[in-house]
Design a protein around this ligand. Sequence first.
Ligand code: MN
Length: 633
Amino acid sequence: MDDDLKFIVDVASEYNPRFKKELVIKAYNFAKEAHKGQKRISGEDYFVHPVETAKILLELKADSYTLCAALLHDVIEETSVTKEEVVKMFGDEIAGLVEGLTHIEKIHFKNKEDYTAENLRKILLATSKDIRIILIRLSDRLHNMRTLKYLRPDQQKRIAQETLTIYAPIAYKLGLMKIKGDLEDLSLRFLKPEVYKKITERIKEKREAREKYAERVMEFLKEKLKEENIPAKVTGRAKYFYSIYRKMTKRNVPIDEIYDLIGIRIVTQTIPQCYAALGLVHKIWRPMPGKFKDYISVPKANGYQSLHTTVVTEDGRVLEVQIRTEEMDLIAEEGIAAHWRYTGRERDKRFDQKINWLKQLLYWKSSEDAKEFIETFKFDLFEKEIVVFTPKGDPISLPEESTPVDFAFEIHTNLGKQCSKAKVNGNIVPLNYILKSGDIVEIVTSNKAKPSRQWLTFVKTSKARQRIKQELGIESVRSSKLKEREAQGVLRNIIVESRRPAKLSKCCSPEYGDEIKAFLTKDGKVTIHKADCENIHTLEKKKEIGVRWRVIPKLDSTDIIVVVRDRVGMLSNILTVISKMGIHITSVKSEMRGGRFKLVIGLKTKEKSVVKQILDNLRVLKDVIDAKISDLP
Ligand code: MN
């Protein structure tokens, strides 16, 4: 066993008692053999790259399959090994991960000039159905960034820019703050070499004095916390170069002013202790107005929780203070990796208790032992939208469960109207086939083909629906704006932008979805007419007021509110009740008050009887305080 392999095996067996040693060794040797003789531009053996990628994944406590896929990630693309061989040697799951990576690479490079960063990010996420593919992708990119100096300067700039605009934000979204920070720092080094040099030199110069000062402040704070009986750890924190740079440019101040800021973190055991520590900090030092942020009661979208404040010490130094609990700290530092815990056959119950259990749902797509639990849910990032490709490789975004007919109408009305057959990844499929992200879709047209009523039963996009109805003569065209709104939900009630009662005119009887205008009458009432009502012009000059249809969220889902006492396994119990009834969950939001969680769960059903049954089943669960239908639209 060579040193690298030994390192991987040692570290992984340390954090994962179920580590599949034999399998990883096999993948290591297989990839090593496959890449034999290949060199990187740096002159190193090519195999160094997959090995380093796997090592970065060790820091994320990746599971065995992820490590195997990282080691194998370039064998299909760069060597003569075929996917079939990988399947045969390592099974479908690993081959799936490897192939997922290869796939992104292809699309990614083929279209790089044509698409914006936002698009690329979307494609990258949508084609990575498995969170592990993204983790490997990020690790792969991080190693490539670390060896970027061997490439030509123009390549360096392009790749660094791509890293900054595409990969770092994804890492941030997943809460992988360390990877995000490293990617940004390396990007800065190649995009702004002068600035990077200046910042690093300055930091070196002042490091000692600064560290001494920080030490003193921390000691003082520790004493005070002890006096107040607040158990807490106080640490300094490293600043990323890129974050210094961003602050410099954002506030337009010289580097010293930014670098002189001292970052301190207080890690407590409970949330009340966080607020107590905050009170103490504000008592000792003067808080800077407008700098306090409470990400504990309102977490960031990636799950980050912490209190932030900035204070000024008696000698005029500025301190940035973060206050959070241990579990928040773990999640802030490790992101998704914080949820990847392995203990014997079962997940560590104590750890379950510690982590914010909702985030577990949102962030934990899969791991060897959590798969079943999580299968019914969709990873936050992938919800609602899929990205498929034209035979030329152009990405087309569609709602989930879209069909080839939706795809055809999305591209062009005529393509939709003449659609007779569809091919997905080269195979003929029925027109109601459910497309998946990454599918390559080809529409076969025929002059004789025309839309049928049948299509209305399966199309997903409002565009396709409207066009089909038009062709069938079912409905007249509505204004495009309203169509758009209709796509978002059902237009039902009227909201008039004044507080007076809203009254529909009898002359033209507007129906929901019609373009409408509202007028204030002499006696102070509001009448609403169709925009093209002839009577509008014959009416006396009256004051027109704003009016719009209220958008009610899609009626095919129902939000329920469940209030529970927090305990281990609570969430899992609730989700089991729902999934046992075969109902999909479309969203979960939570609020924590004291020891209580208020969950708002979106159910993909509008069947009242089903919802009622779910509520009844939830109410009998231990520690469920209340379960009801949300009356908010
Ligand atoms: Mn690679």
